[in-house]
Write a protein that binds this ligand. Structure first.
Ligand SMILES: NC(=O)c1ccc[n+]([C@@H]2O[C@H](COP(=O)([O-])OP(=O)(O)OC[C@H]3O[C@@H](n4cnc5c(N)ncnc54)[C@H](OP(=O)(O)O)[C@@H]3O)[C@@H](O)[C@H]2O)c1
Length: 231
């Protein structure tokens, strides 16, 4: 029996795209929303999109958090942390994956915002002391995810976190999304690099009219031994 994947902010662009890909790979998905009825509508739309026996349900964020073995945070950066702190009891004991990019946009274009904890992922970890927090999926584009005909197996999903076993599970989860295992890049503080790097991709997208992704060269993914790497 594989893990149930819950996605908070699952009615949004990233959440829907991830949900569609995960459901297509056979995973059971629960979309979370501040409004459970909205999540149910999105879930029905995605079941139609994916077709077959897609297992996608919708619920309020709290119910969705409690239903997931792995819970993806696909919500906007919350400077106050209030919305995430409120879910701490429901998220206790879960593997949480922050996909949050704290970005700003001004006359010079997109840029990474300063986060007092270092990164959104580290802020989430501080707010959720009873959860295991990782971060991933920062660089996938929501429209590309939503286009199920688009091959994403040429893009790397970079995964960080302070728990090696948790990182290994997210490396596997990435394969369910893109068809290619994620790349374990080490400690959660690497999110300080991953999150603002998205501003670079958005700047490139604008200039080259594309949806740029990330691919590390000279990494043989078959050499990964997640359980054997601690740092
Ligand atoms: N879009 C991308 O291509 C992409 C790629 C990688 C990472 N990301 C990151 O993923 C996150 C979501 O991006 P998105 O583009 O999907 O945004 P979005 O379309 O605005 O969706 C975010 C969802 O979060 C919920 N939400 C909004 N404000 C909230 C709040 N204050 N508290 C709790 N939930 C709230 C909303 O759902 P309800 O109203 O139903 O609750 C909304 O549908 C962001 O942190 C972004 O940086 C996005």
């Amino acid at each position: 029996m594989s893990d149930t994947i819950s996605i908070l902010g699952g009615t949004g662009a990233l959440g829907r795209g991830l949900a569609a890909r995960l459901a297509r790979s056979g995973r059971a998905v629960v979309l979370g929303s501040r409004d459970g009825a909205r999540a149910e509508v999105s879930a029905a739309e995605l079941r139609d999109l994916v077709g077959g026996t897609a297992r996608i349900d919708g619920a309020g964020n709290e119910e969705a958090a409690a239903a997931g073995d792995i819970v993806l945070l696909a919500t906007p950066w919350d400077e106050s942390g209030e919305s995430i702190a409120a879910l701490a009891p429901a998220l206790a004991g879960r593997l949480v994956v922050s996909c949050i990019n704290p970005l700003g946009f001004d006359a010079k274009g997109p840029h990474g915002l300063t986060v007092p904890e270092g990164s959104a992922a580290e802020q989430v970890a501080a707010l959720l002391p009873s959860s295991t927090v990782t971060a991933a999926f920062h660089h996938l584009s929501a429209p590309s995810l939503a286009n199920l005909d688009k091959d994403l197996s040429g893009e790397d999903v970079l995964v960080c976190g302070d728990d090696a076993a948790a990182r290994a599970r997210v490396v596997d989860l990435a394969a369910a999304v893109t068809g290619r295992p994620g790349v374990d890049v080490g400690a959660l503080r690497q999110a300080r690099v991953l999150e603002p790097f998205t501003a670079v991709l958005i700047a490139v997208n604008k200039r080259y009219k594309t949806r740029a992704g990330v691919l590390l060269t000279h990494v043989d993914l078959s050499r990964y031994d997640g359980a054997g790497v601690t740092a």
